[in-house]
Design a protein around this ligand. Structure first.
Ligand code: SF4
Length: 279
């Protein structure tokens, strides 16, 4: 089974409509410090291909109820570095075209630029994640992902091609990327929808953050120690978190962009995941 019903660890705060998810690769080499897949995927930062993916997926697509969206991808990135050479994601998109699949693509790469000719013919919304437009900070947080400004340029090209576009500012890290929020928003002001999410830590991402950002974690650790533990994640204290979300929502909606929040128990409209943009 390559397609799986999306189920974010049965989180009681997830508000996603029913959809499928497909991880074209196992693992992701963007190697983000805050990444959560390391808690359930062994050697998560080493990308592996999946045997028999294309013929197996084609069989599943033939039988799929075409009303439902397939999301690429939540436990990996559809465009890891090796896809430049292997082009497997392009072949998956060709299958989506053949079977008239509705698709929600989310990436931290700019490589989707290469596939715009197919993406514009699909029932697809394309999104990028940008935690900050500060290239230096992004390099520390997401060492192997293309520069955020490159991602944004690629997304502008997608919009020019008539593709519905959205973004995630996720995670928002207090005392770090939260300070750049306004600038990040300005660079993304052309998108239709933005989903935000505050930093949620698992024990292993907490350790990585601690090793890479000891000074920042001196401020963050006491907050997370006081905060809630929901679905295996450490959250910021609710009041602190909701203050950030409220400010983010005001800034986003003021720009005429719709607002979503992910696993926060907060507000989203018209959807938390931008699925309303998929034709
Ligand atoms: S892009 Fe996503 S899946 Fe890949 S390392 Fe970063 S957070 Fe993890």
């Amino acid at each position: 089974m390559y397609l799986r019903p999306f189920d974010p660890w049965k989180s009681k705060l997830c508000t996603c409509p029913f959809k499928y998810t497909l991880n074209i690769y196992t693992g992701c080499d963007h190697a983000c410090v805050y990444c959560y897949i390391t808690s359930y995927i062994p050697r998560a930062f080493q990308v592996r291909t999946k045997e028999g993916l294309l013929p197996g997926l084609e069989k599943e697509l033939r039988k799929l109820d075409k009303r439902f969206i397939i999301a690429l991808s939540y436990s990996s990135d559809p465009y890891p570095t090796i896809d430049r050479e292997l082009k497997i994601t392009r072949k998956v998109l060709e299958l989506f075209k053949r079977y008239n699949i509705r698709c929600l693509l989310l990436t931290k790469s700019s490589l989707f630029e290469r596939d715009l000719d197919i993406l514009k013919e699909l029932k697809c919304a394309v999104g990028i994640t940008v935690t900050t437009v500060d290239s230096k900070k992004a390099k520390l947080l997401e060492p192997n992902a293309p520069d955020p400004l490159k991602r944004i340029r690629a997304l502008k090209m997608a919009k020019k091609e008539g593709i519905p576009v959205y973004a995630r500012i996720d995670p928002i890290i207090p005392f770090y990327t939260w300070g750049d929020f306004e600038k990040t928003l300005n660079a993304l002001s052309f998108v239709s929808h933005i989903t935000v999410s505050t930093l949620k830590l698992r024990p292993d991402s907490w350790r990585r953050m601690q090793a890479k950002f000891p000074e920042l974690m001196e401020k963050l650790s006491p907050l997370y120690e006081k905060g809630d533990k929901i679905g295996g994640y450490y959250y910021l204290p609710r009041e602190f978190r909701f203050q950030i979300l409220k400010e983010a929502r005001e800034k986003i909606e003021r720009r005429g962009i719709t607002f979503g929040s992910c696993r926060e128990g907060y507000y989203s409209y018209p959807s938390c995941d931008a699925s309303h943009l998929v034709p």
